[in-house]
Design a protein around this ligand. Sequence first.
Ligand code: NDP
Length: 448
Amino acid sequence: MADEYDFDLFTIGAGSGGVRASRVSAAHGARVAIAEEHRIGGTCVIRGCVPKKMLVYGAQFAEDLEDAKAFGWDIGEAKFDWVTLRDNVLTDIDRLNGLYTETLESHDVTIFHERVTLTGPHEITLESGKTVTAKNILIATGATPHVPDLPGAEHGITSNDAFHLDEIPKRALIVGGGYIANEFAGIFHQFGSKVTIINRSDTLLRSYDQSLRDRLLMISTAKGIQFHFNTTIDRIEKKDGALHVALDGADDMEVDCVLFATGRVPHTKGLGLEEVGVEIGDKGEVKVNEFSRTNIEHIYAVGDVTDRVQLTPVAIREGQAFADTVFGGEETTVDYDCIPSAVFSHPPIASVGMTEGEARNTLGGVRVYQSDFRPMKHVVAGRNERGLYKLVCDAANDRIVGIHMIAPEAPEIMQMAAVAVKAGLKKSDFDATMAIHPTMAEELVLLK
Ligand code: NDP
């Protein structure tokens, strides 16, 4: 390949998309370098999906230990120690960080543990001052938490900090009504915090089916999480170790922690992108075509920095497609249709395809099948919490166009159900499938 350059590919950012793209490009024979200013693994592995899921598991024990009594277990007084969980999680993150590093090294990818900037169309300058050149450049710098500009915002934290807390806040105010807000509301609540969510609009989890959103709100409220909608923060003041939060839309509050979960913005600032002429969109995202190519032919971008779909598996697919296209000799695009997703709230939500509202607006006629059930485990435990499954079908041809679930294990079940929706299966295919009894998932094939 092009020996006039130090590398065939220089990737900026070693998160999910960047690591996949670099490893596969190297496997295709490219000479690859990658730069990462934080830790190899990126948001998902180091300060996102992975440690969050471990906290979700830890949090679930609060209810499981309580419910165990109804199943005959006497476990005495249950006590929770945050520092033990936090440190065990961080230890496992260290292990994963090591595995990701090893993967790159075993593919002979050169790793630069420092921040870099583009200083020419093919030139990258490292923080140490050294410059290297590359035939192709891949921007995979992800996104960073957005913190609203308000007086005292510096007293708040973001999800980045939530994994390193010294203690679980007794009173937590969470700003935002999306993924991170609902996931951390569940986690903090189960660990004993008094949790309040405020959101600027009256809508939680905007992209999800209305029935699921209503059910999550109902269950969360019943558990004791407070919600204030159409509410924003005017200012935060720190006094005597507590945070005094002046609100517009609700009474002022005193809390121990304010967590901003108000979206994530593409990380493009200070990388030298504009200086070399890379086109940046209104939200700060790198604009790319279907092959993840920017307006500059040899500069590409994958993952959250492009603000297409901010999900790890999507970034990984984009990284793979980039490597196969540029170094594998096979032009590959990513199919963004029917992406399943989940919110690891308590209980979790999982979804694929069109919501009922979207289907009614898009298709001629829609048939909706619904199961509103109380999981067997909850019946025995005396837990009055109901699950909801919803199947949305195109009335014209019986094809399932959406599945939406809120119930324990919904994301685990959804991964398989999403295959059926992606494959274009019909309601009659579900009907023809024998149930596995007794399970929650059988509700999906017993809908009338
Ligand atoms: P979301 O986009 O899910 O939610 C952002 C929330 O903050 C919304 O309720 C929004 O309000 C509100 N908001 C947005 N901007 C402002 C602002 N300027 N001031 C006040 N409120 C604001 O973002 P998250 O931060 O929760 O998560 C970021 C992304 O990370 C997600 O979009 C998702 O792609 C990804 N993620 C995925 C997870 C998963 O797959 N389980 C888990 C965690 C994150 P409104 O909608 O009412 O306008």
